[in-house]
Structures are given as structure tokens and as C-alpha cells.
Ligand binder design. Sequence first.
Ligand code: SF4
Length: 467
Amino acid sequence: MCGIVGAFSPSRATLAEDIYLGLYALQHRGQEAAGIAWTNEDGEIVCRKGPGLVHAALDQAEMSRVTCRSAVGHVRYATAGGSAACNIQPLTANTLARGSFAVAHNGNLPDAPAQRRVLERSGALFQSSSDTELILHLISHQPERPFPEALMQALGQVKGAYSLVFLHDDKLIAARDPWGFRPLALGRRGDITYVASESCAFDLLGAQMIRDLEPGEIVVIDESGCRSYMLPYASERKYHCAFEYVYFARPDSVIDGVSVYEARKNMGRALARSCMGTLCGSSALTSPLVTGLPDSGTIAALGFSEESGIPYESAIVRNRYSGRTFIEPTQRVRELGVLKKLNPMRQLIQGRDLIVIDDSIVRGTTSLKVARLLREHCGAKGVHMCVSSPPVAFPCFYGIDTPSRKELIAAQLHGDALRERLGVDSLFYLSREELVAAVGMEERHLCTACFDGKYMESPPACGCSRF
Ligand code: SF4
């Protein structure tokens, strides 16, 4: 998962600063690196990028001085290509036939390694190990075709998840894959047109969201307006990522017409209804309390509380600044474990049955530590883990860095064995059907492959190490 932003203005404007702000709003989509590219007065592409959060990777003062007509930006969360500096985006390229390009990509192309080997055998030189560079090579291999026809041809040769923003010839170009895996939306403020991964970026920019890009749509934005093209390989079935609604996206975003906040609240409500007969209806619970694992479990917890009538408290507080704070942790810091990040309040928890809402369980390590903390440090009488998504039992090949099946706890353990491993008194998951209903999208247009293993097509042979 990464975040991308693009902007075009018919007259020169401080677009690099706009992109900086847009990336700041999308920081949750990637914290490893950030970059911005723009087209200067001579038509050359200038790029600034570096490791870390937006404020560390980029010089805000410099961005505020840049005026240009087109710019793109990227916040990186490493999947394909790893975290090497050469993979920080936007990637740029200068070609004799086509001039300069910059590209920023959110998604993952599972068949990129195989295609790359073919191109390398015919002499192509790659500068990064990122799958995004493949798209630049595929475009530059068609010098006789006009842009965006060359882009359409290039995208027709890749399968997987891509939401893209390009700079080329002082134009802004955006594209979304035919399956609609990752979000991408158009916005406007005055005469400036924006493209961003999530609508929350438009809010910070004071822009209005116009619409989502359609799956398979390419838009070219320049001084003559915004032209839309459709890739000639539209997919009947869409694969909008269900995990965007469960965890990744910001709750104040609206993606493909669905409010992330409402979807999460619906997940909590549905979870409460499915627990009603057993957990919520149990008279054995002592002074029960609902809480969410911050931040992504909080909204589902509110929905759970509303539906069940069990009171909600923010009983677990998250340190907002916990990230990679301890680069080489000492033994003492290591022993602090999950407490560095999450601090449960004993005065709210002691002697009570705690219903903890988490958005998902991947490896299970955090859930195990939280359950222990609530019981041993805070004196909870019972810990009941309710998960607002189905068990994550399969890896993702479309832009999310999930571990192999061996490391996914729900792929290895089920039922009571899983509950016991997590050290909780009860364990409930949302079913796939309940998740689909909570999002409110047609079932056939939602990807739920990490829950049910039903991928768009067979997982690529080159990705087998993840299984
Ligand atoms: S496999 Fe899971 S995380 Fe990946 S795109 Fe599908 S729903 Fe999203």
C-alpha cells in the first residue's frame, strides 16, 4: 500500500506545496519514504525524494517556493522491490524518443519479475528493483505510438494492481487498473485538478472531490481540460480491496462511493449482532465494557457498542508518536513490548469483562500481548476478542505486504486452538458475508482473497514462497 497525489494547473501555481500537503494527508498509506516530482519552466522533470515521513524526506520550505503546472508525489510502503533508496518514488526516466517521465504507483504487479526477465534478456537496463519501472520500460518500447496509446498498450501487458500518476510533456496522467484494486479519485479547487489515493487529501487541500476514477480509466489533464480514455480490456468483475475499508484507508475518506467510517461502524454492528446470542447475551459477564484497539478498531467498537447496548470506553490509549522510535532497543526497552505503543487504563478495566474490538489479526503477536497486558497488568476478569473482519488466512499479491501462510496465525490454527494461542476467553470474527454487507458493495466487485483465497487468478508461480 502506498499513497499517490497529482496536480495540474493551467497557470503556474505552488503545486509542489499542494502535493506535499496531499502526501501529508496520506501519510498513513506509507511511512518508509516520500517524493515529489514537477515539471520546471524548461519542461524538465525535477524530483526530490528521501527516506522517512513526509516532513523528514522533503523540504517543505523548498516545496513552497516551487511554481509549476504539473506535479506528482508518492508516500512509500515497501512491497515489491524492498526499501532500497533506488525504489523511492516518483521514478523518473529520460528517453530519446519520448522525453521525460515521472511516475508514482500504488499497487503491485505479481507478474512483473517474469516480464522483467524477458526485457532484460533483450538488453533492457533496470535502475531499480521496483515493479513500477517495468511500466516505464513497456512505454518506452513503443516509440512509434503516440501517448497515451503507448500507455494503454503498456498497461495491457501487465496484470495486477495499479493506481498510477504520471508527469509527461507537462501533462498530468492518471490510470487505474481494470479491476479497481486500489483507490484513485479526482478533485478540483478553482482551476487546479487533483488526483489522489483518498478523498481525505482533497479535504486538506480545500478541494472538492469530483469522482472516483473508473476501473480501467486513464485521464489526461492539460491546458485543454481533462480527457478520459478506457483501457480496451475492461473486466466484468471488479476487485476493490476489502481491506481498504477494514484497515488501510482513513475513516474520513470515501472510496468508490462508500464512506470508510460508515463501513467500519457497520462491521462493528454486524459483529455485535453475530455475538448477541453467545457473548453479548451472556449473564456471566461482569460489568462488560467495549473498547477498540486504537486506532483502526475504534470505529467498529463504537458500532458494536451501539448495537449491543454495552458501554464503550477508550480504555486503551495509543502513543501517537510510536513508530520506529527505538532503532536499537536496549533489553529494558525490548521488555516494555506492546506497552510502548498501547497503554490500557487499569481504573476502567479492573474486575470487568473487556470486549476488545480489533480490525484484523495477522500474525497474532499483538493480540496475544494485549490480552496478557489486560489480564495481568490491569486485572481484567475476562478478555473477549472480537475481530471486525474474517480470519486473514492468505497472503495478498496486490500491494499489501502480508506474510506467508506459515506466519498467518489463522492459516495455522482454528477454533479453540486459535483462541487458546491468543490467550483470550472468547474469540469472534466477522464472516465474509457480513463484511461484504457492511461495505455495501456487490459481492462480485470486492476482493476478499486474503480471507478466502479466491484471487483474481491463480497466484503467480514466482510468488509461491509466500504460501
Ligand atoms: S488480497 Fe486482501 S489485502 Fe489484497 S487486495 Fe484482496 S482484499 Fe485487499
